[in-house]
Design a protein. Structure first.
Length: 141
């Protein structure tokens, strides 16, 4: 395993160098919509501190990511009338990880509707903007 590269795309999102559909932020975490969602509301939760994956993240940052993922999951159930939630986290390219800054996928699922394959279709920006608004409203209660 090599080290953390601060030129990865999520590090750029955290620094505000690349736009994102932000839905939530805490002192330790940032959450935004996946631009190639596998289901409506597919959200990524990342630590603000540098970490490639599960192997190098601090326990405190991992706990913070998990806490945010739970809040996102509850909001996504409401915002997308979901029946369940899939959480996924890949560490290292051999596992399927593409972006080497730890991220937890939070994907709302509806009964009988399969997830799209990973990274197939870039969603329409207006649709993502609407989904972000729905998530933000659900997170606000
Ligand atoms: P993985 O590293 O395989 O766990 O997945 C990386 C995820 O990041 C994929 O689901 C991509 O669709 C997503 N992704 C890549 N670039 C961006 C971006 N600029 N904004 C939001 N999501 C992204």
């Amino acid at each position: 395993m090599t080290g953390y590269d601060d030129q990865n795309i999520f590090a750029k999102i955290l620094r505000g160098e690349i736009p994102s559909f932000k839905v939530d932020e805490t002192d330790r975490t940032f959450a935004f919509l996946d631009i190639m969602p596998r289901s409506p509301g597919h959200t990524l939760v990342i630590p603000k501190a540098p970490a490639r994956g599960i192997l190098d993240i601090t326990e405190d940052d991992l706990a913070a990511v998990a806490r945010t993922a739970k809040r996102i999951a509850i909001a996504a159930m409401k915002a997308f009338s979901a029946d369940g939630i899939i959480i996924q986290q890949f560490s290292e390219p051999a596992s399927g990880q593409v972006v080497l800054h730890l991220h937890m996928h939070v994907m709302p699922v509806r009964e009988g509707i399969a997830l799209l394959p990973a990274q197939t279709v870039k969603a329409d920006m207006d649709v993502l903007a609407d989904h972000a608004r729905r998530m933000i409203a659900a997170l606000a209660g």
